[in-house]
Design a protein around this ligand. Structure first.
Ligand code: 3PG
Length: 310
């Protein structure tokens, strides 16, 4: 089988070497296309492959149509909103992700961004500490769990709301020491800082809206390491215009980045390129997991991390 690694944002070179080794030792052919700048390069490279490993690379109907032999797509990471699942299912292509493999890297970045902004971008002026700030986690997957653990070290009380876990299930996650709340509204009511951890779904599209944002008290901060689309950008701009104390921190550049940057100065921060999972460790964890999942899929049909219906 031919396995193609497709990464516009490449993995660390050592991770790529190890991915190649796993694929080749299993008797498959390995190819890669990194830092491509045009979709046509991807369409050409994918023409005769059986499997692909991707990151946030867009795999739409056109890409799937261009790969008649394609049998499996592994998203080396958590979110798979970049893959057209329906197109894949219609062609009987299995789509998997590698849940949890890059979670620690993303969780650490949440605190890196918070510290950077609360210390005024290290400009020497007097900033703020994280200690005693109430942290609200919107959704409670692998990244949020890591964030909860780290937050305890900072001395932050942690609240959590999960749109999919019941209140009782969340309470059972006692090891993370979170205070479970019943609704997104209650979460924003009780948080000084809200950290977003939901996947991008129809239900979560622009779900962080004016109604929720306006519930936060003085000096509210929203930190987004999820997806730009979960925030209603017009509403975020409105609250930041009305409330000169409000801050928005994001690892995913908003569509209205220029407006945020010009209007809100240091109350707004966006990483120049999504950096959450961009550590050596996360590259190795997610990349090698993806390679092993492809080998197991071809060996015995193992599709335990499948995310699309059969
Ligand atoms: C994920 O969904 O796993 C993260 O957003 C990381 O995405 P990336 O692999 O494009 O950095």
């Amino acid at each position: 089988m031919k396995v193609l690694l497709v990464t516009e944002k490449p993995f660390a070179a050592q991770a790529v070497k190890e991915i190649q080794k796993i694929i080749e030792e299993a008797g498959h052919v390995f190819e890669k296309i990194e830092k491509y700048t045009d979709k046509s390069q991807l369409l050409a490279a994918i023409a005769d492959v059986d499997a692909i490993i991707i990151r946030s690379d867009i795999i739409d109907q056109e890409v799937i149509d261009a790969a008649p032999n394609l049998k499996v797509i592994v998203r080396a990471g958590a979110g798979y909103d970049n893959v057209d699942l329906e197109a894949a299912t219609n062609r009987d292509v299995c789509v998997m992700n590698t849940p949890g493999q890059n979670a620690n890297a993303v969780a650490e970045l949440v605190f890196a961004m918070l510290l950077y902004v609360q210390r005024n971008h290290f400009d020497g002026s007097t900033g703020h500490e994280l200690k005693n700030n109430r942290l609200g986690l919107y959704a409670f997957g692998n990244v949020a769990k890591m964030v909860a653990k780290i937050a305890r070290g900072f001395g932050m009380p942690v609240y959590a709301f999960s749109p999919i876990l019941t209140h009782d299930d969340l309470r059972k996650e006692g090891q993370y020491g979170v205070i479970s709340v019943y609704s997104a509204e209650e979460l924003f009511d009780n948080s000084d800082i809200v950290s977003l951890h939901m996947p991008l779904l129809e239900d979560t599209y622009r779900c962080v809206n004016y109604n929720l944002l306006s519930r936060m008290g003085d000096n509210g901060i929203v930190v987004n390491s999820a997806r730009k689309e979960v925030v209603n950008e017009e509403d975020m701009i409105r609250i930041m215009e009305e409330r000169p104390d409000f801050k928005y921190i994001t690892d995913i550049k908003p569509d209205k980045h220029d407006e945020f940057a010009s209007k809100f100065g240091m109350r707004y921060f966006s990483t120049p390129k999504k950096s959450g999972a961009q550590t050596y460790e996360a590259n190795v964890n997610a990349g090698l997991a993806a390679a092993r999942q492809i080998v197991a899929f071809f060996k015995n049909g193992d599709d335990r991390f499948r995310v699309n219906p059969k």
